[in-house]
Design a protein around this ligand. Structure first.
Ligand code: UD1
Length: 337
């Protein structure tokens, strides 16, 4: 089996490439490296001892995609490519709509031309918005979204549903990720944010390594036991294995799965786990709430377990250990190479 990974040089794509290669699947990556590094691909090859076919390609470039499909018989696609910074999407909505939607449309057109109807899409728990109840199941209401990034995820889910409605033989799997964190245990690949991180775990690791002075904890007056927000953090290697399970299982129709652990941790619990496991102090200050944050968000992972046979195996201790291992081995991310 040969699988095309759009955005396969990115954080989740590179970890998924490792799992696929280690299962004997051939991997083709199309990535424009706008928010990723070719070094990630080289390190995927080093970890697995296998080679990847790499195209420096903007996935909205239909002609380029045609070349990829002509030169490689693609059996399935995992579509990771997309912009993902919530704040930037508010400031630059057109950039987000153009990139995230046009890449998807070009990809589906070229898949159609080539008779390839199997796609796994990187969606997000962000489509649930501010949940009415937790845990969130796949049947929980989907909201219109509080920012353009969230809306692109929801729009792409709808585009994929229409793609399948027009050809019932196609196999569409939508994976709604909760909060991916951690890194490959080798410390060779991991999350490599541009500039100051927006997300909690890379912010913590950059404070720990001394690149940032202190962590601001956004909000301590939420209706949670310790007043800080609760999220469902999932180890990126577990998440990568979820893609394997989805590829192995996909069936005609549109199938949606939450990928989370089913367990929520507060911001303070994550910081405490990081300090305890890694023996590093994280200077922190309590700060006002961040606009757009919801108090509590965690998954029911029962459907993925029942249908895909997938459940997260790695713990919060594994997540904070591996995030730190990646950071100390690569204080400047991939930039050092
Ligand atoms: C965020 C996005 C979500 C996206 C996901 C991708 C927002 C509102 N949501 O999720 O749409 O799918 O990233 O990874 O941006 N926190 C701090 N201090 C920090 C950073 C974060 O206290 O410096 C807190 C946040 O308030 C939140 C928790 O840590 O309670 C997790 O934040 P983050 O890692 O940014 O993830 P989400 O906001 O859940």
């Amino acid at each position: 089996m040969r699988v095309l990974l759009t955005g396969g040089a990115g954080y989740i794509g590179s970890h998924t490439a490792v799992e696929l290669l280690q299962s004997g699947i051939e991997v083709v990556i199309a990535d424009d490296l706008s928010n990723s590094s070719l070094n990630a691909v080289k390190r995927v090859e080093a970890i697995t001892g296998k080679s990847v076919v790499f195209y420096l390609a903007d996935v909205s470039d239909t002609a380029m995609l045609r070349t990829v499909f002509r030169e490689n018989r693609i059996d399935a696609v995992i579509h990771f490519a997309g912009f993902k910074a919530v704040g930037e999407s508010v400031a630059k909505p057109l950039k987000y709509y153009r990139n995230n939607l046009c890449t998807t449309l070009s990809l589906l057109e070229v898949m159609n031309e080539n008779g390839c109807g199997k796609i796994v899409f990187s969606s997000s728990a962000t489509v649930y918005g501010d949940p009415d109840t937790v845990p969130l199941s796949e049947d929980s209401p989907v909201k219109s979204g509080t920012n353009p990034y969230a809306r692109t995820k929801r729009m792409i889910e709808q585009i994929l549903t229409d793609f399948n409605a027009a050809d019932k033989g196609t196999e569409v799997t939508i994976l709604r990720y909760f909060n991916p964190v951690g890194a490959h245990p080798s410390g060779m690949i991991g999350e490599n944010p541009n500039g100051v991180p927006n997300n909690l775990m890379p912010y913590i690791t950059q404070v720990a390594v001394g690149k940032l002075p202190k962590l601001s904890i956004f909000g301590s007056d939420y209706p949670t036991p310790d007043g800080t927000c609760i999220r469902d953090y999932v180890h990126v290697v577990d998440l990568a294995k979820g893609h394997m399970a989805a590829l192995n299982h996909s069936a005609p129709g549109v199938n949606i799965y939450n990928l989370g652990t089913g367990k929520g941790y507060s911001v303070l619990e994550v910081v405490d786990a990081f300090e305890r496991v890694n023996g590093v102090k994280i200077p922190r200050v309590m700060a006002p709430r961040r606009a757009g944050d919801v108090a509590v968000c965690y998954s029911s992972s029962e459907k993925a377990a029942a249908v895909l046979g997938w459940h997260a195996e790695l713990s919060m201790d594994d997540m904070v250990r591996d995030a730190w291992n990646w950071q100390i081995k690569n204080p400047d991310g991939y930039a050092a190479e």
